[in-house]
Ligand binder design. Structure first.
Ligand SMILES: Cc1cc2nc3c(=O)[nH]c(=O)nc-3n(C[C@H](O)[C@H](O)[C@H](O)COP(=O)(O)O)c2cc1C
Length: 351
């Protein structure tokens, strides 16, 4: 059975124009990544997780996560924390910044986060998790969604117990990454749990984990009844994967297209992160240049260059025709973009 990924669906009153969601990824999901994801067909994009304590203290870097541009929308901003009242306050700031959805992280397995009682730890503290969802959903008018893992330990089915309770507490959608926190990213996502969760709740469920091809997306949608699939690692430096999953468009991008998308991404990220863009971008070179038949030595060379301008010059030298592709891309980008908050962003996490 072919599933139509272009079918719109809803989280509360927010219409999501396709059944493909771009995953929140700490250290990856900058504004340039999200805008690109929307351009390549993601119906919904999400910020990386934002610390509610950081928002509460007015930390400048944390506030930078609340930069939202009109062409990213619909957009969810994800928050993490363990204090219901502070999470409620953070949710209000997220709503004021222009997010269409507030997403709550109950999935992050990273120690720095779990030791504060936030992220995946909350899967084992259902009462507190529900209090957080209640506080957040009563603080804002926009819908609230929750992203979670299956549980803390391997084989855990905690998400099936907690999911319906979170919906009763006010969650308008649930995303499940059915690995345990202990697994981190090893093993496989067990989407039979996603199917069970779908059967237990009346809100849309998004399936996250190992969606890296059109056939995988189709089979997970068909076998779980999920409203949408979420794509994370497969889209790192590879927006074409989104198009492939959505439309089955099997054409590989040309070397010029790869370079043009990478340079556009670099320019936007430099505007967003300022000096921090140079180290931030290094991992993207290898990711992007996995397409276009670039030699390994060329990718390594780029990471050694001192400035983004040097990287740009080297890329143009390798693919001169990329200038024309880039000019066309920049021409097509929406004009008069309203950036609601003009501040920078931050570091690492997970879910
Ligand atoms: C580098 C990285 C950072 C991540 N950061 C977040 C995050 O901030 N919030 C979150 O809910 N999930 C985070 N995740 C988990 C992803 O959203 C997704 O659930 C997971 O990678 C499984 O999907 P995939 O197999 O498509 O990558 C992160 C994953 C990666 C690889």
């Amino acid at each position: 059975m072919q599933v139509n990924l272009h079918e719109p669906w809803y989280i509360g009153p927010v219409q999501i124009p396709s059944r493909l969601v771009l995953a929140p990824m700490a250290g990856v999901s900058v504004q340039a990544f999200r805008r690109q994801g929307r351009r390549f067909g993601a119906g919904l994009v999400c910020s990386e997780m934002v610390s509610c304590a950081g928002l509460h203290h007015g930390n400048e870097r944390t506030l930078g996560y609340l930069r939202i541009a009109s062409d990213e929308r619909p957009l969810a901003v994800q928050i993490f924390g363990s204090e219901p009242s502070v999470m409620g306050e953070a949710a209000r700031m997220v709503e004021d910044a222009g997010a269409d959805i507030v997403d709550i992280n109950f999935g992050c397995p990273v120690k720095k986060v779990t030791k504060t009682g936030a992220g995946a730890t909350l899967l084992e503290d259902g009462d507190r998790a529900c209090r957080i969802v209640e506080a957040v959903s009563s603080a804002v008018d926009v819908p609230v969604s929750v992203k979670m893992r299956r549980g803390l330990d391997n084989g855990s089915r905690q998400c099936l117990d907690l999911g319906p309770r979170l919906v009763d507490a006010g969650a308008a959608s649930l995303t499940l990454h059915p690995r345990s926190a202990k697994q981190m990213y090893t093993g496989q996502a067990d989407h039979s749990l996603t199917a069970e969760l779908v059967s237990l709740v009346h809100v849309p469920v998004v399936a996250s984990g190992d969606i890296d091809s059109r056939s995988r997306a189709q089979s997970v949608l068909a076998t779980t009844g999920a409203a949408a699939v979420m794509v994370g690692r497969a889209a790192q430096g590879n927006p074409w994967a989104l198009r492939k999953i959505l439309d089955g468009d099997a054409a590989e991008p040309s070397r010029e297209e790869v370079v043009a998308e990478l340079i556009l991404f670099m320019r936007e990220t430099a505007r967003e992160l300022g000096d921090r863009a140079t180290p931030f971008l290094k991992k993207f070179y290898g990711w992007y240049l996995g397409r276009g038949r670039f030699p390994r030595a060329f990718k390594a060379e780029l990471t050694q260059l001192a400035t983004i301008a040097d990287v740009e010059a080297r890329l143009f030298a390798a693919a001169p025709g990329a200038r024309f592709v880039l000019a066309r891309l920049e021409e097509e980008l929406p004009r008069g973009d309203e950036v609601l908050l003009d501040l920078p962003i931050s570091i690492y996490g997970g879910g």
